[in-house]
Design a protein around this ligand. Structure first.
Ligand code: ZN
Length: 176
């Protein structure tokens, strides 16, 4: 049995936005190359068996689907379960009293980690706390932990670019 690393939602979102071809295509930078897994996930990546980059893209796209469905107001249940099912994570009670997850095939550990991370988030925070950035040339996934829960942009950069674009649009529409 292999232990499933614990990924917080920030790590899940980082992974999805970095490797999802669907997200990268929206930004027109899918051909710009992809950093190594340990640069995206940090030390956690050292405990994972190496996966081909095509596998990383497929995993990220599967996880991205959860954010797409949430953004469109659709049920995310099937997308979360479809992400988890092929990995078949098994829960185990750790000596620290925490739930630990294991997989029989270590190559499924990352899939399981992404699935469990999203499972936890949807269970605790709710599926409406996931979405896609409304920014200019951006469709990155985000998890909204703000008190109001009305996040629309993945980052301050995208919010600012949106404001500038809106300002220009209004200025252009104004009669001279
Ligand atoms: Zn964005």
């Amino acid at each position: 049995m292999a232990t499933v690393p614990r990924l917080d939602i920030t790590a899940v979102v980082d992974f999805v936005n970095h490797y999802s071809v669907r997200a990268r295509r929206a930004a027109h930078d899918e051909d710009k190359g992809y950093r190594a897994l340990d640069e995206v996930l940090g030390p956690v990546a050292q405990d994972l068996p190496p996966l081909a980059v095509g596998k990383l893209h497929a995993l990220a796209d599967d996880a991205y689907e959860v954010f797409v469905r949430s953004e469109h107001g659709e049920d995310v249940t099937a997308a979360v379960n479809d992400l988890l099912a092929p990995a078949g994570p098994t829960p185990r009670l750790g000596t620290d009293g925490q739930i630990a997850w294991e997989v029989t095939d270590g190559r499924a550990a990352l899939r399981a980690a992404l699935g469990v991370g999203l499972l936890d988030w949807v269970h605790v925070r709710g599926e409406d706390r996931l979405g896609l950035c409304q920014g200019v040339r951006c469709a990155d996934a985000f998890a909204d932990s703000s008190p109001a829960g009305r996040k629309k942009f993945c980052s301050a950069g995208c919010l600012n670019r949106h404001k500038v674009a809106e300002h220009r649009r209004r200025a252009a529409a104004r009669p001279a």
